[in-house]
Design a protein around this ligand. Sequence first.
Ligand code: SF4
Ligand code: MG
Length: 318
Amino acid sequence: MRFTKPRSLADAVARRPRKVVSALNGVELDVMPGETLGIVGESGCGKSTLARCIAGLNRPTAGDILFEGESVVGLKGARRRAYNRRVQMMFQDPYTSLNPRMTVRDALEEAITVHGMRSGAAVGRRVEELLDLVRLPEGAADKYPHEFSGGQRQRIGIARALALEPTCLVADELVSALDVSVQAQVVNLLMELQDTLGLTVLFVAHDLRLVRHVSHRVAVIYLGAIVEIGPSGPLFANPVHPYSRALLAAAPSLDPAKRRRKPAIAGELPSPLDVPPGCPFHLRCPHAGEICRREKPALRPAGAGLAACHFAEALPGA
Ligand code: SF4
Ligand code: MG
């Protein structure tokens, strides 16, 4: 899958009578089949918009999304439905999307039959299979959503997404409402399913430790643009872009003694209506130079991946 959005915010604003907020700006992203790509950044940076565009819930005003070589932005009718089935979005609280008056069996059967995935007796067998895949006991099928814990409901949400036999799952803050121990169980289940079913997963989260644990590659987003992307291990061990470094340094530590010493990222996240010229991070960057105020840096090879910084290779520790 490939996501490109070549127009700049300035183009978007110029083409419209009123100012528009461009949540994404020049994002170009390749997602490999069977990989988990983590997407991180401060809240309001455009992570969820990117996830929703890929899942087909938001339509980009410019640019394109290619899925297995085919443009999906203009898809209609049966082809749009096929795309919507193959790319499934999972949310923070599946409770809001589960009908309280439907048992788990009814909800799963509905998902299976609406899309014509199975019929007759095969539907019931598929329900059992799905519950087994997400490790819910057989008796779960005849219960209602309120009878489950948050972690179990998230498993039901995953089962319902899998009912449509997707090739790609988009998880936006999938476990952030759960207790830490339950988070680990759900995330490990997701990793296992990704591996056994060969799924492509987009894992959007603000918890960097989780993203590191789950993802093969990570994209760091700032003001709607990717500022660094690369393999998860090296990127977390040696981030190159000053924003990635600040984000990692500001992440809460597990050690309470260290927690107090964590520096926050200097300054405020600018409004997406007022993206600074040059490097979008220059107002907050400790390494900003003259060129940073004038020229927007392009993504280029740096560290183990790509970074959009004029001084990526020259910064201390790079
Ligand atoms: Fe900082 Fe300049 Fe690099 Fe932007 S381009 S991150 S302002 S050093
Ligand atoms: Mg969000």
